[in-house]
Ligand binder design. Sequence first.
Ligand SMILES: CC(C)[C@H](C(=O)O)[C@@H](O)C(=O)O
Ligand code: SF4
Length: 488
Amino acid sequence: MGLTLFDKLWQEHLVEQQPDGTDLIYIDRVFLHERTGSIALSSLAAAGRRVFCPQQVFCCMDHIVDTYPDRSDDTTMPSGRDFIVATREGAQAAGLNLFDLDDPRQGIVHVVSPEQGIAQPGLTLVCPDSHTCTQGALGALAWGIGSSEAEHALVTKTLRVKRPRSMRVRFTGELQPGVTAKDMILYLIGRHGAAGGSGCAVEFSGPAVQALDMEARMTLCNMAVEFSAFTGLIAPDAATLAYLQGRPYAPRGEHWTAAEAYWRTLYSDADAVFDAELEVDCGNIQPQVTWGTSPQHVVDVTARVPAAVSTDVVSTDAVSTDAVSADDASTDAGDAAGRARALDYMGLEAGAAIAGTPIDCAFIGSCTNARISDLRLAAAVLRGRRVRPGLRAICVPGSMQVRAQAEREGLDQVFRAAGFEWRASGCSMCFYAGGEHFGFQQRVVSTTNRNFESRQGPQTRTHLASPATVAASAVTGVITDPREMLSQ
Ligand SMILES: CC(C)[C@H](C(=O)O)[C@@H](O)C(=O)O
Ligand code: SF4
């Protein structure tokens, strides 16, 4: 029987099977950020333990950093300085790679890693952060861990892990103009539930995935964790190789040739069997926008807010449902009580059109949608237009490299002229706990990945959408289908 891509990656890194049923997996690279990494580093230092292979450990400053461009205060959070200082000092003492606040490579960990060529096909890569799955877009086995697991990985270069099940999601057909990878993943979660990929390593494949550029693939994999997956991954192909070649940490010369030969073996064999398979026809996907407080609370931007009692979670196109069931999804945020509470929290009426809902703020940022292609897409909508007066609009590039590239292309001028704040890089308004936030109950259309209660500030009402939808909504001041503005 053939092997899946996931089987190949797992097998390659399996050190031994443990008596308790877990597997000991070799870890190639560890990423840390100041919010959780500082805790791991301080705890290791207190226990007198050493990082085993410092050159394979990379530290970012992103979660609680000041994103006002002058960076006058390092952090916007009163207790933030301690995290930053602990990470800086811990990284320097252990000889780790550090992308500090004044480094031109600084940015959000899951943006920086692929950008620098650190995430590569065939590697295992972990970080105490749930969106590490983003990096599976390059064909790496990358997943989020806790900070005590991070300590274990730092000291031993291994981790004990329960082997996840495997799932394949095939995206067929073609995306319509104005529909993006963000819409693909929101649509998938809307149809199969926020628990739809529970416990699975989910391989995204099919012609519509192959047609995505690398940054769009990262957006798709980023939200695998919102699908409750162990991780998301995409088989490396010519686009992956072209993206990686020449990046600072990518192999060179004969090392590249050897790596490429291995990378070309990383795909699911034709006769590989998955524990579960889903198929999605991209021709059906419209721009998506969430209406509630779970990523599965999502509708077409042209649709109405659903009634609390109905459920739009289905599992009908699952070929095999060993690992998935509609019940899994409908027991959590999909249930009637959850939906009613979400409607109430969001201040929305069932049956009302979602388009036309007035918003207070627009946010373009995060590891989901703040790479250069996302900024270009938003700028294509904003060029020659202005943000609706009174609305607060913010653009926070995913890294300082993205910011610099955008400035070379004059995109910052487009954002500024439209009335957007143009920031330095960090997690910023993706994450209330980072110190910056929107106001009480403000309604935000956002390119981020989580719309939980109070995610972006006190009782904020977050609507997740693509950069095009966020930009179009910023212009009109109401939730807006971006397609008309994109075609003009
Ligand atoms: C702070 C960190 C642990 C957290 C995560 O793991 O995802 C954050 O990045 C988030 O997006 O909520
Ligand atoms: S941008 Fe948001 S989702 Fe991504 S790592 Fe930062 S806080 Fe988490």
